[in-house]
Design a protein around this ligand. Structure first.
Ligand code: NAD
Length: 274
């Protein structure tokens, strides 16, 4: 199996709809040993049974990334329980509701600071603190979205956070490349998860992507998980600093495709049916 003998940590499982869960599932299926973290006590109850599903009941730790003491304690616990690690998944983002709807120009400084701290700085901080445990073939993976490079309605503050996250991936990749450590991101198409529920008009985003992606579908957490497993494994041993799109091709489209009705009249191929 591709991940046999690999040990790593996945931050960001909230439930079995999480992208992090999809990645865990594929890595576990390929033989990886996985440690999990949870944000708070109410999510602990959800994460523990998920960890047990992957034989990791003794590898579950608290980690609110805005709490430096919890990050430091996580490193101590991982060192004791796993020793060296071969992969790290950072599948974490948060922005206050006001940053995900309304006018971009109205975003407050406090909302901006929270989103950047939890969604961007945490990748840098987690990577720095876990670095002493990383093997010389360690792979770090984070999750981004097209809203970090193009305007997406309502994505607002998270778009700015994802832009910063994607550049952080590149700077981290350069910094750590000489130690054999790789850092990549998957830019996933929209998926209905807990975090996505906070984005205004998310159902419309799903419909739009399905109608206008080359593959005429939305992606699943299993599909993101398979690409994630590739980026975490030795299959991608010379890939670093990449933003890898797993979006049924949506990001290549410059304009909605057109189709023709039975009279040869051109119409926009919009899923709404006109
Ligand atoms: P999710 O809600 O399942 O996962 C988000 C996770 O972030 C949760 O586990 C939550 O506990 C964690 N989190 C939030 N604040 C935290 C903190 N302070 N400390 C530690 N953990 C914290 O949703 P998801 O969609 O699986 O999101 C995972 C990642 O994927 C995010 O970075 C998100 O932006 C990204 N992403 C999601 C989509 C989508 O459409 N769902 C698309 C592209 C990228």
């Amino acid at each position: 199996m591709i991940m046999n003998g690999k040990k790593g940590i996945i931050l960001g499982v909230a439930n079995n709809k999480s992208i992090a869960y999809g990645i865990a599932k594929q890595c576990a299926a390929q033989g990886a040993t996985i440690a999990f973290t949870y944000l708070n006590d109410s999510l602990k109850k959800r994460v523990e049974p998920i960890a047990a599903e992957f034989g990791s009941e003794n590898l579950v730790y608290p980690c609110d990334v805005s709490n430096i003491d919890e990050i430091k304690q996580l490193v101590v616990s991982l060192q004791k329980d796993l020793g060296q690690i071969d992969f790290v998944v950072h599948s974490i983002a948060f922005a206050p509701k006001e940053g995900l709807c309304g006018r971009f120009v109205d975003i407050s400084k406090s909302a901006f600071d929270i989103a950047m701290d939890v969604s961007v700085y945490s990748l840098i901080e987690i990577t720095r603190h876990l670095k002493p445990l990383m093997s010389s073939e360690c792979s770090v993976l984070t999750l981004s979205y097209l809203g970090g490079v193009k305007y997406i309605p309502n994505y607002n503050l998270m778009g700015v956070a994802k832009a910063a996250l994607e550049m952080s991936v590149k700077y981290l990749a350069e910094d750590l490349g000489k130690d054999g450590i790789r850092v990549n991101a998957i830019s996933a198409g929209p998926i209905k998860t807990l975090a996505a529920a906070g984005i205004g008009e998310f159902r419309f985003m799903l419909k739009w992507n399905e109608a206008h992606s080359p593959m005429k579908k939305n992606v699943t957490t299993d599909e993101v998980g398979k690409s994630g497993m590739y980026l975490l494994s030795d299959l991608s041993s010379a890939v670093t600093g990449e933003i890898h799109y797993v979006d049924a091709g949506y990001s290549i489209m410059g304009m909605p495709a057109v189709s023709f009705d039975e009279n040869g009249k051109q119409k926009i191929a919009w899923g709404g049916g006109e």
